[in-house]
Design a protein. Structure first.
Length: 429
């Protein structure tokens, strides 16, 4: 057990947990990513991972995640009824919701929207039919995605429980491991999406996969397992992993490693991109570094919260505008840049095929194609191409570091017009 004093929590977090303890006079635990991140904030846990995550999260404009709570000795249905009381609803930002178990969602979930946090609540009683002691928590922990997401904070005693006895040590040592008692293979077979989540966390924190997980990747029939999983769940997890704050270049590298998961997710791109996967990932890595340095310099701005998708009736993307003062790299802009770099070797026909499989809107597919077409021009200048084209061209056509690019970036004042920009050229392709 690790002590996590209430004083280490924000006033808002203390308020949320206090409200829940008042609503449900039974055992409650916070769990999942919220506990993991609070543990990382403790200096002795893993300073390198903490500083990396906080820096990238801050630059990318990623908000803190939702608070996941587990209650004991009370069903989610019973808790929902309590949350409908007037004194509880008065503290909420909207009505409480009960999302019934259906399809891949195996448990009823109570969703609360508070001013500072969104809270998802499930019931240990619904899961294992018991709610007291450590053993039910261990049963719950063993069927989560990775060990360090399977720790539980008890606000009553201000302690974090680690039922698998591996979560805290794996967080300290930078290891992504399955908590399943029968090993990683059993966990992946139980839910193949756990593998994508393992990749996402390894990428975000720069952690290593456990030997057991690597062995499972080499042995498991990943194509068959992913084919048997609802496509919507795979797409949802893949798109989350491609957001800027999750450092998608590392996620994509893992997709192309043991298990060749990329062949299932991006097989419709054709042989060229799959054969040149490492080169595509390298372009994404350079693009990622380029954008992060632009954010660090204050030239770009960003928001990286959730995959949104671009509709045809929305404003044109900022990075495709000739106005070089519009430099917001939001979720759609970033997704289009990443896919343009990764799928650089795709023909238009292959690009559209991938876009359909990824359920991209026609507007996003068209923007990716336009970025690629602009970046393939022999010479591009600020007068002839928008910022997104220059970013993509530099990522795919050069090996120079980000500083070289940003030293050439036009410095525009609010009154300067595009025709006053200096004539500069970027990389040739």
């Amino acid at each position: 057990m690790v002590r996590l004093a209430a004083s280490a929590l924000t006033a808002a977090e203390q308020g949320v947990l206090g409200l829940l303890r008042a609503v449900a006079p039974v055992q409650i635990w916070a769990t999942g990513g919220w506990v993991r991140d609070r543990l990382l904030e403790q200096g002795a846990m893993n300073q390198t991972a903490h500083h990396l995550w906080e820096r990238v999260r801050g630059l990318a404009g990623a908000a803190r995640g939702d608070l996941d709570v587990l209650v004991g000795d009370m069903t989610a249905q019973a808790l929902y009824q309590r949350c409908r009381r007037p004194e509880v609803r008065a503290a909420l930002r909207g009505e409480p919701m009960l999302v019934p178990a259906r399809g891949a969602r195996t448990l009823d979930t109570v969703k609360l929207r508070l001013p500072e946090h969104n809270v998802d609540i499930t019931s240990l009683l619904d899961k294992v039919g018991a709610a007291e002691g450590i053993e039910p928590l261990r049963t719950d922990a063993e069927h989560r995605d990775v060990t360090f997401n399977a720790c539980y904070y008890d606000p009553a005693c201000e302690e974090v429980f680690d039922p698998t006895a591996m979560g805290i040590s794996d967080l300290q040592n930078g290891v992504v491991r399955s908590p399943h008692p029968d090993g990683a293979m059993a966990s992946i077979q139980e839910d193949p999406v756990r593998l994508l989540r393992a990749f996402r966390f390894a990428a975000r924190f720069d952690f290593e996969l456990s030997d057991d997980l690597i062995d499972a990747l080499e042995e498991a029939p990943m194509g068959e397992l992913l084919q048997s999983t609802p496509p919507g769940r795979i797409l949802h997890e893949t798109k989350r992993a491609l957001l800027l704050h999750n450092r998608p270049s590392s996620f994509l590298r893992l997709l192309g490693g043991a298990g060749r998961v990329n062949e299932h997710l991006f097989g419709s791109a054709g042989e060229g991109p799959l054969r040149g996967w490492a080169a595509g990932v390298g372009s994404v890595r350079r693009l990622e570094g380029l954008v992060l340095e632009g954010l660090d310099r204050g030239i770009l701005s960003s928001r990286s919260v959730q995959w949104r998708g671009r509709r045809p009736d929305t404003h044109p993307p900022a990075l495709m505008s000739p106005d070089w003062r519009r430099t917001g790299v939001y979720e759609n802009d970033w997704a289009e840049l990443v896919l343009a770099a990764l799928l650089w070797r795709c023909s238009d026909k292959e690009l559209k095929r991938v876009g359909v499989e990824l359920q991209l809107s026609t507007a996003m597919i068209d923007n990716i194609s336009a970025l690629q077409a602009g970046a393939r021009q022999k010479i591009i200048t600020p007068q002839t191409a928008p910022p997104g084209v220059h970013l993509l061209n530099f990522a795919v056509a050069t090996q120079d570091g980000p500083s070289v690019f940003w030293e050439r970036w036009p410095c525009l004042g609010s009154s300067q017009r595009q025709e006053q920009q200096p004539k500069q050229t970027w990389g040739h392709h």
